[in-house]
Design a protein around this ligand. Structure first.
Ligand SMILES: N[C@@H](CCC(=O)N[C@@H](CS)C(=O)NCC(=O)O)C(=O)O
Length: 143
């Protein structure tokens, strides 16, 4: 059965799954949900995923939500080229790095991404988190 991936265009957690699939050489049937049309709250999608979130993956054995859960499933189903390490030591290092990124980098990357993707071009207020990030933003875009 083809794997059917429901996601939003530009959604980082969807990218996470697509990256894992691409690493494993899998080509899912991608169904893009329209966020503004609230496709993820429509009855057909809620039947698949009552939490109304993406990514959501349809597999031959059922439906999975949550990007990390999907990656875990993919790694068991397609064990060649493991995502989470081939040895206990590799797995430990990969999960250590993953959780450290989540614990320590998440807040600042979220702020930076929101600035990059949703900035309307206005100058952020003095003292705001966006203002603090402006130098990084300019460094990224004016190299
Ligand atoms: N822990 C979940 C979070 C899923 C999630 O919240 N996805 C966002 C898109 S990246 C979403 O579906 N948002 C729905 C909404 O904002 O209504 C995962 O890693 O997949």
């Amino acid at each position: 059965m083809t794997l059917i991936l429901h996601t939003f265009s530009g959604a980082p957690r969807g990218w996470r799954v697509l990256l894992g699939m691409s690493f494993k050489g899998l080509t899912p049937d991608i169904r893009y949900l329209n966020y503004s049309e609230k496709d993820h709250h429509k009855p057909g999608f809620l039947k698949l995923n009552p939490r109304a979130t993406a990514p959501t993956l349809e597999t031959k054995t059922g439906v999975l939500r949550d990007s990390i859960a999907i990656l875990a499933w993919l790694d068991r189903e397609y064990p060649e080229k493991p995502l989470f390490g081939a040895t206990p030591q590799e797995a430990g290092i990969i999960w250590q790095t993953t959780t450290e990124c989540n614990d320590y980098l998440r807040k600042s990357t979220d702020q930076l991404l929101s600035l990059v993707f949703s900035s309307d071009g206005s100058v952020p207020a003095e003292g705001s988190a966006e203002r603090d990030l402006q130098p990084h933003y300019h460094r990224l875009h004016h190299k």
